[in-house]
Write a protein that binds this ligand. Structure first.
Ligand SMILES: *Cc1c(COP(=O)(O)O)cnc(C)c1O
Length: 443
């Protein structure tokens, strides 16, 4: 079976050019660092488009499939445009994501609103935009959505987010499908929810079920299990409530290759397993094939992104580690300090030198936990070297902060030698633009 983008550490256009520098999207990374300053997020458009095409190709044997990009992985206006251009819809979780997508002129029918605690204002905005689906997470939200939809004289089309009770062996913080999760209805609560929708909540129209079992998933068995549980529930709802639902959202979660030791399955393999599981379960329960929604986030955007840093100071602990500091860290990439995530890096201006030294890449922020990469073998680093950290497209900028009152990093989109800024460089003025000094302090 074919390999896919999520099985590669580097963007597909990565190479070493005639100046002996790393180049991505036809752009020399050392030049990009000079032109746009570091830290710098670089997104390779060809990698992003390729992975979208792989998803479409991999699922081409199942006609009723819809792709919703999980915007929380990286939501910017330009990225949204590209992913929409590739035929994807969007999974959103906030008013900010809704606003960004609507502002990029996307057909809002292709948007699904997720989240376990949507605010009233967010629900109103989503109804105003006429989004396609709401995934309703709990009883309070059923009632709230019904009420607001009623006030607007609208019918909200919903999926019920359920917790199928599956454990996947990923980091505890990114597991979402086990029974003790904060997300979704327990299986035992589905009947009550369905009854409420049928008998009482006349402004809700139930279309199907939704589950999302976790993130950075490498196992394939979990998808079999998840799909069987969901279709079994569809069958039960059909029998016990005389209600045939024909939509199933099976979430996202496919893993990517951050380091050599990661071996995620290919998109083709996952597609094969998902499609076969659906066909099998539908046959077993004699259920018509439902429309399937997939919500990949990380596997769409992670590999397309790298972050460039400039090497600064160094510290050799006597008889201990050597720390090399760069000009970014937990504010542009909180994942290592949040989840002990691992990354691979190379030196953009000396990619061919032998990796003779084991060092730890430290961030610049005032936290001992601000370590970007522990114990990586690299060529001897000098001040001014440009470090390229791979696979930072997902959950980096989207989780970034202004910690230590630093400016958030700029983002450029590269393709065939073009480099276009898609997130502007932040200025010192941007950092204080929302500050207010109450007049009584100025006396
Ligand atoms: C986070 C999330 C996703 C995307 O997960 P990835 O691991 O980035 O693919 C999809 N659906 C829901 C409900 C999520 O919470």
């Amino acid at each position: 079976m074919n390999n896919s983008v999520n099985q590669s550490i580097k963007p597909v256009t990565t190479k070493i050019n005639s100046s002996n520098h790393i180049e991505i999207g036809g752009c020399d990374l050392v030049n990009l660092a000079k032109e746009f300053e570091t830290p710098l997020y670089v997104i390779d458009e060809q990698t992003l488009r390729k992975v979208c095409k792989e998803y479409k190709q991999a699922f081409s044997l199942y006609e009723k499939v819809k792709f919703l990009y999980a915007s929380k992985a990286l939501c910017t206006s330009a990225i949204t445009k590209i992913i929409s251009d590739e035929g994807f819809g969007f999974d959103v979780v906030s008013d900010g994501e809704l606003y960004t997508i609507n502002n990029a002129d996307i057909n809002m029918e292709k948007v699904l609103f997720n989240g376990s605690n949507k605010t009233e204002a967010e629900i109103k905005l989503a109804l105003k935009y006429n989004i396609g689906r709401f995934s309703v997470d709990n009883f309070a939200e059923l009632s709230l959505l019904n009420e607001i939809a009623g006030n607007y004289n609208k019918q909200a089309k919903i999926l019920l987010r359920i917790t199928p009770g599956i454990e996947c062996h990923t980091h505890e913080y990114v597991q979402t499908g086990n029974l003790d999760s904060k997300f979704g209805f327990d299986l035992s609560q589905i009947d009550e929810a369905v009854n409420l929708i049928k008998d009482k909540y006349t402004n809700l129209s139930l279309k199907g079920l939704h589950a999302h079992i976790g993130s950075q998933i490498f196992e394939t068995q979990v998808y079999y299990d998840e799909i069987d549980i969901l279709i079994k529930e569809l069958d039960r709802i059909r029998r016990e409530h005389n209600l045939t639902l024909n939509e199933l959202n099976i979430g996202g979660g496919l893993g990517v290759k951050y380091t050599e030791s990661d071996n995620p399955p290919s998109i083709y393999k996952i597609a094969d397993i998902i499609v076969n599981s659906i066909k099998n379960s539908c046959k077993n329960y004699n259920y018509e094939y439902p429309t399937i929604y997939l919500e990949p986030g990380r596997s769409i955007i992670s590999t397309a992104g790298v972050t460039l840093y400039t090497v600064g100071s160094q510290k050799q602990v006597p008889n201990g580690k050597k720390y090399v500091a760069v000009d970014g860290g937990m504010a542009d990439n909180p994942r290592p300090s949040l989840y002990q995530s691992e990354y691979y890096a190379q030196v953009a201006n000396k990619p061919n030198q032998s990796c003779n030294e084991k060092i730890t890449v430290a961030g610049r922020y005032c936290e001992s936990g601000d370590i970007l990469i522990k114990d990586i073998k690299l060529p001897t680093l000098e001040k001014g070297d440009i470090l390229c950290v791979y696979n930072t497209g997902a959950y980096n900028y989207s989780m970034a902060s202004n910690y230590n009152r630093t400016k958030r990093a700029t983002m450029v989109l590269v393709n065939s030698g073009h480099s276009d800024m898609i997130i502007k460089r932040e200025s010192l003025n941007d950092l204080i633009k929302n500050d207010i000094i109450p007049s009584r302090l100025n006396k």
